[in-house]
Design a protein around this ligand. Structure first.
Ligand code: F6R
Length: 364
């Protein structure tokens, strides 16, 4: 049932090209620039968006915030569900509350959804599990169609959730006319390339390189992950994945925040993963990377294919396929999933059943 893989997690990592094909299929039409999500809500009617989720799904929500604000120019706030449900949120009928959940059963997210509804928000779910509790209470559901996820650490659901957030950003943008036809077509095309790019990110030589780096640093006590802009949440997700399955303490930070505290942690024992793929802010990220290096931190740079110029600043380089910046979180996170996977297996941990964690958290 693991299809020849040692673990469900590895199987699910490799299922991502197929999962993403299923998420995207029939929904984006790059010839016409049309986005067809079959959602029975009026995308032009919302003045504010609230995204609510827990854990990995929350990080998908943070990517969603960036994408929706950039592409559709609507104010977005993102909350962890356990906070949202108790903070008397300000909502109106012009508020769209988007809940993101793989299982559709997480109690905090379900209660937060009820809270949003009670205050008059329209509600939309980005959900994987068909017919789950949330889908029965939502105004509408955008299924991500990632297929069943058995591994406790979320992988294919995350990349499918992020892809769904991109589709929602485009759906809102089209209705609000915030993009030119050319921009929309370019983004739709970039999104449709995702299954192929993720397939490329899983090429054997890349996986082998990640495994080597994972083994080299498997005995680190702590890890730091840095990223900027749309990839700041990628850093948070990379850190979460590592702590969940390898039990190494890891923190994710927006790269520009490093100076404001975490820089104090840097010494020769600290591996720092810096997501430094193609971006209008790449230069700034590279200067953060040099700051880590200057303090003897071990830099593991995630670079776009062909970026040999910046490789000189890193102790280890993991190359990832070049992607449009707006879709790059999906491509970049693959390397981080594999890094945590091989770190955990090098340490002999049971990646499918990490200690103290449950696949779905149905009690508060
Ligand atoms: C991370 C992980 C958890 C879940 C979180 C939300 O790998 O599995 O952080 O993402 O518990 O679960 P869902 O998406 O089912 O609401």
């Amino acid at each position: 049932e693991k299809g020849g893989f040692d673990t469900y997690m590895l199987k699910e990592i490799y299922e991502q090209p197929t999962a993403l094909t299923n998420t995207l299929i029939g929904r984006l039409h790059d010839e016409t620039g049309e986005v067809n999500l079959d959602i029975n809500l009026d995308p032009a009617s919302f003045k504010r968006i609230s995204i609510i989720a827990c854990g990995t799904a929350y990080y998908a929500g943070l990517v969603g915030e960036y994408l929706i604000e950039q592409l559709a120019r609507i104010p977005v706030e993102v909350d962890v569900a356990s906070e949202y449900r108790y903070r008397s949120p300000l909502v109106s009928e012009n508020t769209l509350a988007i809940v993101v959940s793989q299982s559709g059963e997480t109690i905090d997210t379900l209660e937060a959804l009820r809270e949003a509804k009670k205050h008059g928000a329209k509600t939309l779910g980005v959900i994987n599990a068909k017919g789950s509790s949330m889908t029965r209470e939502l105004d509408d559901t955008l299924y991500i169609h990632a297929g069943p996820e058995i591994g406790v650490a979320s992988t294919k659901a995350y990349t499918a959730q992020v892809s769904a957030m991109l589709m929602l950003a485009l759906w809102l943008a089209r209705a609000r006319n915030t993009l030119t036809d050319e921009q929309a077509k370019e983004l739709l095309h970039a999104a449709r390339e995702l299954p192929r790019l993720v397939e490329e990110a899983l090429a054997p030589e890349r996986v082998e390189a990640i495994k080597k780096v994972a083994e080299k640093y498997a005995h680190a006590r702590d890890y730091l992950f840095l990223g900027r802009g749309v990839n700041a949440p990628t850093a948070l997700e990379g850190a979460l994945k590592l702590k969940e399955i390898s039990y190494i303490h890891a923190e994710g930070y927006a790269a520009g925040e490093m100076k404001h505290g975490p820089i104090a942690l840097i010494d020769e024992n600290l591996p720092v993963v810096v997501i430094a793929t193609e971006s209008f802010l790449l230069e700034k990220t590279i200067s953060n990377l040099q700051e880590v290096r200057a303090r003897a931190g071990k830099v593991i740079a995630i670079l776009s294919d062909g970026d040999t110029a910046n490789a000189v600043h890193a102790d280890d380089v993991l190359y990832v396929p070049r992607a449009h910046e707006m879709v790059s979180p999906v491509v970049n996170v693959i390397a981080l999933q594999l890094l945590s996977y091989f770190t955990a297996t090098a340490l002999g941990k049971d990646v499918d059943k990490p200690r103290n964690l449950a696949k779905s958290v149905t009690v508060e």
